[in-house]
Design a protein around this ligand. Structure first.
Ligand SMILES: Cc1cc2nc3c(=O)[nH]c(=O)nc-3n(C[C@H](O)[C@H](O)[C@H](O)COP(=O)(O)OP(=O)(O)OC[C@H]3O[C@@H](n4cnc5c(N)ncnc54)[C@H](O)[C@@H]3O)c2cc1C
Length: 464
């Protein structure tokens, strides 16, 4: 059978791939998507969306316990873990269906199967019913990533879980060990701890949420400990001894190895790109550890072959993947898009309290040689935060003292994952402190703290 020909073939229908496909189709290109498992990729099915659905349940549970504080009553507060998970899976399913609908509406041809690249411009799709050969001038790799597994700490789905197991738990953990305090580890720690699991987080670096500003990490640690979480920093899980219903963890801390027993372990030690079994090495694609090497326009070393999203490296975020998808589709269609600027991509962690940031941390700004001005504003000084019953948090801003450029913004507290976008827009528009100070923020909102933090950096804060 003759190979089916397209302008663009996208491999993987995650937030990188499906968005690239839709944008390509909108620009008049004939587009095919090859997906081996699920529309929407990790993000919709096993990542961003189902975790946020779980965290919403734990947030409501937390608020129910505080009912009295709001003049309300709630008796016999409890939860049904199966129902919590069922809701999360339902939310993922709804969005997964939505992606299929969007691809159809934009006349993108979908092949459900495993893709390989037998030669330049060629894609082979293996489905249950055989193999289909496709050709295209441009191919976009968007195969994403999966959980990293460390030797000895491998998941077994019963005692030791990856994020997939943690999203569909076989039981409610009583004594939980979370290995790794990046966004994924901390979100699960927050979820299970709020539901009552006795939770310990082990982080090899000297602080939790290590990519965040050090002040935010310290604030988060204090807040989590107040909620009963145990946090071990500069600590490493060396070994897990598994027995029936229990795991003994050998944890190295301060030069000594101590043992602790848990009934469940979540391993959240990072991710690795899905670079294998595609035929990339034979094509001459450069791979750095587990990620495809690209230039700023997501071009690989092979002409006409692009890589976007998690397979193309950090930051491993859905919005970065989607933005790269749009950029590459526009490039292929003959446009002149701007490359994605990683330093303008916000990172959000939906734990309680939430954490969000964009741009340089204070340490990185100093390291880069900037003379800086730093502003801070605490949630306790904000009327809306008090009214919401969320007085815990802070907004920190970092400016270039010479030019007034907003170098970075770092927040912890209620709804900061929504607020951060204000600063992202500011950075995109290359705003200075002057524009931000002149901007009128509505009252009463949490966003007023974003204003006050800027004012504070220049000694003009009103409410603190
Ligand atoms: C628990 C968890 C929570 C997260 N929360 C957030 C969050 O809140 N915000 C955020 O921005 N990011 C979050 N992420 C990260 C986010 O999910 C990823 O950054 C995002 O999914 C990357 O998109 P992608 O398109 O590159 O790849 P993916 O979403 O991984 O999609 C890749 C797709 O390619 C398919 N595929 C792979 N190989 C082949 C092949 N050979 N042939 C055919 N198909 C193939 C896969 O089946 C998959 O569907 C989270 C991740 C996890 C694990």
């Amino acid at each position: 059978m003759a190979a089916k020909s397209f302008d663009v073939i996208v491999i993987g229908a995650g937030p990188g791939g499906y968005v690239a496909a839709i944008r390509g189709a909108q620009l008049g290109l004939s587009v095919a998507v090859v997906e081996r498992e699920h529309m929407g990729g990790i993000c919709l099915n096993w990542g961003c969306i189902p975790t946020k659905a779980l965290l919403r349940s734990s947030e409501v549970f937390h608020l129910m316990h505080r009912a009295k504080e709001f003049g309300l009553s709630a008796d016999s507060i409890g939860f049904d873990l199966d129902a919590v998970v069922k809701r999360s899976r339902g939310v993922a399913k709804q969005l997964n269906g939505g992606v299929g609908h969007l691809l159809k509406k934009n006349k993108v041809t979908v092949f459900m199967g495993q893709a390989t690249l037998p030669a330049k411009g060629k894609v082979s799709v293996t489905t249950d019913s055989g193999t289909e050969e496709l050709t295209a001038k441009s191919i976009i790799l968007a195969t994403g990533a999966r959980a990293r597994e460390l030797p000895g700490l491998e998941a077994d789905g019963d005692l030791v879980w990856t994020y997939k197991h943690a999203l569909t738990p076989v039981r409610m953990p009583k004594k939980l060990l979370v290995i790794g305090s990046g966004a994924i580890g901390i979100e699960f720690a927050s979820f299970y701890n709020t539901l009552g699991a006795d939770t310990t987080v082990v982080e090899v670096m000297d602080r939790i949420l290590p990519v965040e500003d050090a002040e935010i990490s310290a604030f988060a640690k204090k807040a989590f400990e107040k909620q009963g979480m145990k946090i071990l920093q500069k600590a490493a899980v060396k070994k897990l001894d598994r027995a029936k219903g229990k795991v003994t963890a050998h944890i190295e801390i301060g030069g000594k190895v101590e043992t602790q027993e848990f009934d469940t372990v979540i391993s959240a030690v990072g991710i690795v790109g899905n670079v294998e079994d595609l035929g990339l090495e034979a094509l001459g694609v450069q791979i750095d550890r587990t990620h495809v090497v690209t230039d700023a326009y997501c071009r690989t070393a092979v002409d006409g072959l692009y890589a976007i999203g998690d397979i193309a490296g950090a930051p491993w975020l859905a919005h970065k993947a989607s933005h790269e998808g749009v950029m590459v589709a526009e490039l292929i269609a003959g446009g002149t898009p701007h490359p994605v600027k990683p330093e303008s991509i916000a990172g959000c962690t939906y734990c309680y309290p939430q954490v969000a940031s964009v741009g340089l941390t204070e340490a990185k700004a100093v390291e880069a040689g900037y003379d800086i001005k730093v502003g801070r504003f605490p949630f306790i000084g904000n009327g809306k935060a008090i009214a919401l019953g969320e007085p815990e948090g802070m907004v920190k801003t970092i400016f270039d003292a010479k030019t007034g450029e907003l170098l970075g913004a770092h927040m912890i507290g209620a709804e900061v994952t929504e607020l951060i976008q204000g600063y992202v827009v500011g950075r995109q528009l290359e705003t200075t402190e002057e524009d931000l100070m002149q901007t009128v923020f509505p009252h009463p909102t949490l966003s007023e703290m974003m204003h006050e933090s800027v004012l504070d950096a220049f000694g003009k804060a009103i409410h603190f």
